[in-house]
Ligand binder design. Structure first.
Ligand code: GRF
Length: 190
C-alpha cells in the first residue's frame, strides 16, 4: 500500500464530516492521516471531537489578525509544521485566500450540501427547500478564489424529504460522509 496522504481538515462547526473522515482513516477505508484540524472557531464542537481523537488542533481567530494574509500565514505555518499535503474543507465557513491557494495549488477540496452551481454559499439546504426543488444533493469540488465555484469532482443527488429542512439535512449528511471518503480516496490514489 502506498504511504498515507497527510491531510488537514478545516472546519468551523459540528464536525460530523470530520468525524466520518477520522473514522475512515482509522478503519483504513481512506489511505490518509489527519495530521491537523484547522478551525477559525476555537469553541466549535469539532475541536472537542479532534481532541478526543488525539488530533492536533490549530485554532486561530481571524479577528486577532490585521489582515486575511496574516491570518492565513499563521495557518500556513501550522500546516507546514504538520507536513500537510492536502487541505480538506468540511464546513469551514470562510473563503480561502491567495496565501493558501498559492501554497496548495489543486490540493484544496471542499464539500458542499447542494448540486452546484445551484445554491452556493450559506444554508444551501434551506435555500433548496425554500425554492421547492424536489432533488438536491452533495458536491465535492476543488477550491478556487470564489464561493463554491471551483471545478466539480463528484456529485450525488439526494431527494428533498417532505419539504423539511431537518430530514433533508439528515439525508444529505449521510451521503456526504460516504461521498467525501470515496472521492478523496480516488484523488489520493491518482
Ligand atoms: C456540511 O453540510 C458541508 O457540506 C458544509 O458544511 C456542513 C458541515 O457539517 N460545507 P459538519 O460540521 O461536517 O457536520
Amino acid at each position: 500500500m502506498t504511504s498515507k496522504t497527510k491531510i488537514a481538515v478545516f472546519a468551523s462547526g459540528s464536525g460530523s464530516n470530520f468525524a466520518a473522515l477520522e473514522q475512515a482513516c482509522k478503519q483504513q477505508e481512506l489511505n490518509a492521516e489527519i495530521v491537523l484540524l484547522v478551525t477559525d472557531r476555537p469553541n466549535a464542537l469539532v475541536v472537542e471531537r479532534a481532541e478526543k481523537a488525539g488530533i492536533p488542533v490549530a485554532a486561530f481567530r481571524p479577528k486577532d489578525f490585521d489582515t486575511k494574509e496574516q491570518y492565513e500565514e499563521a495557518v500556513l505555518s501550522a500546516l507546514r509544521e504538520s507536513g500537510t499535503e492536502w487541505l480538506i474543507l468540511a464546513g469551514y465557513m470562510r473563503l480561502i485566500g491567495s496565501t493558501l491557494l498559492t501554497a496548495y495549488p489543486s490540493r484544496i477540496v471542499n464539500i458542499h450540501p447542494s448540486l452546484l452551481p445551484s445554491f452556493p454559499g450559506k444554508d444551501a439546504i434551506g435555500q433548496a427547500v425554500a425554492h421547492g426543488v424536489k432533488v438536491t444533493g452533495v458536491t465535492v469540488h476543488f477550491v478556487d478564489e470564489g464561493m463554491d465555484t471551483g471545478p466539480i469532482i463528484a456529485q450525488q443527488a439526494v431527494e428533498v424529504v417532505d419539504g423539511d429542512i431537518d430530514q433533508t439535512a439528515e439525508a444529505i449528511h449521510a451521503v456526504e460522509h460516504e461521498l467525501f471518503k470515496s472521492t478523496l480516496q480516488m484523488l489520493f490514489n491518482r
